[in-house]
Design a protein around this ligand. Structure first.
Ligand SMILES: C[S@@+](CC[C@H](N)C(=O)[O-])C[C@H]1O[C@@H](n2cnc3c(N)ncnc32)[C@H](O)[C@@H]1O
Length: 379
C-alpha cells in the first residue's frame, strides 16, 4: 500500500495542471484578509490592495483580497469530485483604519462566494483558540458601549460539491470501514466547537522556520482528513504554507497535492517530510494508545464494549469500528519529479489485551472478564 504526494510552488488562482473532478477533499487555510501579517502577500498579488490600505479604505482592500481567494475557490470547485468536501479554516479580522475599528467578516464573505458558485454549505466548526493576553476584552472595559467582545475563535467552514458521496463497490465499502474513527474520537471530532485543539499543539518536526507561516496545528487537518476522506483519496491544500496538510495526509494514508506560492517555504516543507516517518508513527501509536486507555477506563467503570477490532484484537464500541486499521509508515522516498512516495505497513501494532484487565480490582468487573478472542463484551 502506498501514497503519493506532490508539492507545487505556484499561484493557486490557476490550477490547470489538476484535472477537473479529480480531488476527493480540500483542507486548507488561506492568508486571512485584513490581518496585517498577510498585507504584503496580498499587495504583491494585486498592488491596488496596497493603495486601498494606504488611503484607509478597508472595505475596498477587504474586497480586493477576497477576489484573489474567490479565484482559488473557483478552482477548488472545479477540481473536486462530486460528493466531496472542502474544509476551510478561516478567522475574521479586526482592524482600525482611519480611526475606525471594525470587524472584517472573512468567514461570511467566503461562505457567500462558496454558495454563489454552487457549493452546499454544511454545519461548520468553531475552533476556540484561547489567547493568553492578560487584558482579553477589546476596548475600555467596564463602561457600557465602550468595549468589544474578545475574538477568540476561528471557523472551519465545511462545504460539499453536489450530492452525497456513494460508496458502491465491495472494495470501496471495505476501504471505508478500514478508514473509520473510534467511537470516542467521533464524539469529539464531530462536535461543532473544538476547544481541545491547541494553537501550539503537537509540533511537526522542524517547523521552526523564521518565516511567519500562520501554520495550523497538525491535529486540525488530520481530523478533517479522517472525517471527510478515506484511505487512498486525494487531498488538496491550495495554501500549503509549511506543509501541515501534506504531513496529515501522509499520516492518514491519503494522497496529497499541496500548492504554495512562496518558494521560501521549501526548506521547511522538506524538513517536515524528512521527519515524517517517525512523527507519523508516534502519532498513530498515540492514537491507538488513547483508544486502549479509553477501553480500560470504560471497563473499569463497568460500561459495555460490545465488539472486537479484528486487527488489534481489542474491544471497540460499535460494529463500524471492527475494521479500523491505522497503517504505520514503512518508507518515505523523495522521487526525481519532487513528489514523495510513502509505503505503509499492512500489519497493526500489536497490543496485549491482557493489559486491559491488569489494573481492575473491582470484583464486579473481574467476574465480567472477557475471554480473549471473544467477539462480544458487555458488562
Ligand atoms: C495561512 S498560510 C497556510 C498555513 C498552512 N496551513 C500551514 O499549516 O503551514 C497561507 C499560505 O498561503 C500562501 N499563499 C498566499 N496566496 C497564495 C496563492 N495565490 N497561491 C498559493 N499560495 C498562496 C501563503 O504564502 C501562505 O503560506
Amino acid at each position: 500500500m502506498k501514497t503519493s504526494h506532490k508539492i507545487i510552488y505556484q499561484d493557486s488562482q490557476d490550477l490547470k495542471q489538476i484535472p477537473s473532478n479529480s480531488v476527493d477533499l480540500v483542507v486548507t487555510s488561506p492568508p486571512y484578509p485584513m490581518i496585517d501579517m498577510w498585507d504584503e502577500m496580498y499587495c504583491t498579488q494585486n498592488p491596488e490592495i496596497g493603495n486601498a490600505l494606504e488611503y484607509g479604505d478597508g472595505m475596498l482592500a477587504f474586497s480586493l483580497m477576497h477576489e484573489i481567494l474567490d479565484a482559488v475557490w473557483n478552482e477548488v470547485f472545479r477540481v473536486l469530485k462530486t460528493g466531496r468536501f472542502a474544509c476551510i479554516n478561516i478567522g475574521d479580522a479586526t482592524r482600525t483604519l482611519n480611526n475606525n475599528f471594525k470587524l472584517y467578516p472573512n468567514h461570511a464573505r467566503i461562505l457567500t462566494h462558496l454558495l454563489d458558485i454552487g457549493f452546499s454549505v454544511l454545519p461548520d466548526i468553531l475552533w476556540r483558540k484561547h489567547t493568553n493576553a492578560p487584558n482579553k476584552f477589546m476596548g475600555s472595559g467596564m463602561l457600557p458601549a465602550g468595549a468589544y467582545v474578545t475574538l477568540e475563535h476561528e471557523y472551519i467552514l465545511i462545504v460539499r460539491k453536489g450530492q452525497k458521496r456513494v460508496f458502491s463497490t465491495d472494495i470501496e465499502k471495505e476501504n471505508r470501514r478500514g478508514s473509520a474513527l473510534f467511537w470516542e474520537e467521533r464524539n469529539i471530532w464531530y462536535s461543532d466547537v473544538w476547544m481541545d485543539v491547541k494553537g501550539t499543539g503537537q509540533k511537526l518536526a522542524n517547523v521552526n522556520s523564521r518565516l511567519r507561516s500562520g501554520a495550523y496545528p497538525f491535529e486540525l487537518p488530520y481530523r478533517l482528513i479522517n472525517m471527510y476522506a478515506v484511505k487512498g483519496d486525494v487531498i488538496l491544500d491550495p495554501f500549503l504554507g509549511t506543509g501541515t496538510t501534506t504531513a496529515a495526509a501522509m499520516t492518514s494514508a491519503r494522497n496529497s497535492i499541496g500548492i504554495e506560492i512562496d518558494e521560501r517555504f521549501q526548506s521547511t516543507i522538506n524538513s517536515v517530510i524528512w521527519g515524517i516517518l517517525q512523527f507519523s508513527n508516534n502519532y498513530i501509536h498515540d492514537r491507538v494508545d488513547n483508544h486502549f486507555e479509553f477501553v480500560k477506563n470504560r471497563i473499569q467503570n463497568s460500561k459495555p464494549l460490545k465488539y472486537m477490532n479484528k486487527y488489534y484484537n481489542f474491544p471497540v464500541m460499535t460494529s463500524q469500528e471492527k475494521d479500523i486499521l491505522l497503517n504505520t509508515l514503512k518508507n518515505v522516498e523523495v522521487l526525481e519529479d519532487n513528489s514523495v512516495e510513502v509505503i505503509y505497513s499492512l500489519e497493526p501494532d500489536t497490543y496485549d489485551i491482557d493489559q486491559i484487565f491488569i489494573p481492575i480490582t473491582d470484583k464486579k468487573l473481574e467476574s465480567s472478564k472477557m475471554p480473549i478472542g471473544h467477539d462480544i463484551f458487555a458488562v
